[in-house]
Design a binder for this molecule. Structure first.
Ligand code: MN
Ligand code: MN
Length: 265
């Protein structure tokens, strides 16, 4: 489903246009993927369309919470196309038994921002309130305020910088993450986690980012444990086409990682 909400975006808006843009590109992808040996038309996938959102972030979060609850109650796996990152807060309320993995350039660890505790700059902090200590891993971090960096709560979340991923390689990073998670996983991909050369159309771009291969490998390894997924902060008005294509492909990667009979190491 799409959640076309960008009400708290601080720098470059436009992520409300992302769900329809991702759909348009997804329609043009080949339905068979040899990497997974999966034909996506064989898999029961439903597009529920876009949620009708207003400008009140708290109401949008409640609506997302209810929608994800309904989808999960139906035995299905939600894939949410944002919209801005704050929508993850609504989804995660349904995953209190799961661990959360975030891909993001930013720590999103502010107590409040722009007068709101539910700003997209506060997502990790709000998810920490819901999930508690040692349950959140954020990968690709390279932008954090001094206040967040020096916060007494910073070690309650595992932040893995993009520099660490580059130095150690994603394989070792996923080995470590896999050891720390207990069961099922919710995955939230903020598109600015990628390097702007791969994903230029985001609200707040940051150089020195992850590659698409990093995210794909993470999904390949953990995919069968991922029971909820969102992709956020893509802002089509800044796109050259590549960000939309990557977002659409990541959805196929998520589904492919779950459905493939291949085993990845
Ligand atoms: Mn974010
Ligand atoms: Mn971000």
């Amino acid at each position: 489903m799409g959640v076309p909400f960008d009400g708290t975006s601080s720098f470059r808006r436009g992520s409300s246009l992302a769900p329809d843009q991702i759909r348009a590109v997804y329609e043009n992808l080949e339905s068979f993927d040899p990497y997974y040996a999966v034909d996506f038309t064989d898999i029961p996938i439903t597009d529920l369309g876009n949620l009708e959102v207003n400008s009140d972030v708290r109401e949008v979060i409640s609506l997302v919470d209810l929608s994800v609850s309904t989808i999960r109650g139906d035995g299905k796996i939600p894939i949410m196309m944002g919209g801005e990152h704050s929508i993850t807060i609504g989804a995660i309320k349904n995953y209190t038994d799961a661990d959360l993995i975030i891909i993001d350039a930013h720590s999103d660890f502010r107590e409040s921002y722009g007068g709101s505790a539910y700003s997209h700059a506060c997502v990790t902090r709000r998810c920490l309130d819901i999930l508690g200590d040692g349950r959140i891993t954020s990968i690709g971090t390279r932008s954090i305020s001094r206040e967040e960096y020096e916060s007494k709560d910073i070690n309650r979340v595992s932040f893995i910088s993009s520099a660490e991923v580059r130095k150690s390689g994603i394989e070792l990073i996923v080995d470590e993450v896999e050891k720390s998670i207990r069961g099922d996983v919710y995955l939230s991909i903020d598109m600015d986690g990628f390097d702007p050369s791969f994903a230029p159309a985001v609200g707040t771009p940051e150089p020195y980012g992850l590659t698409p291969w990093d995210a794909r490998y993470l999904m390949n390894r953990l995919g069968k444990r991922i029971i909820g997924f969102d992709i956020v902060e893509f802002s089509p008005i800044y796109d050259n086409g590549n960000t939309a294509m990557l977002a659409a492909k990541l959805i196929q990667d998520f589904i492919g990682s779950r459905e493939t009979s291949k085993v990845f190491h």
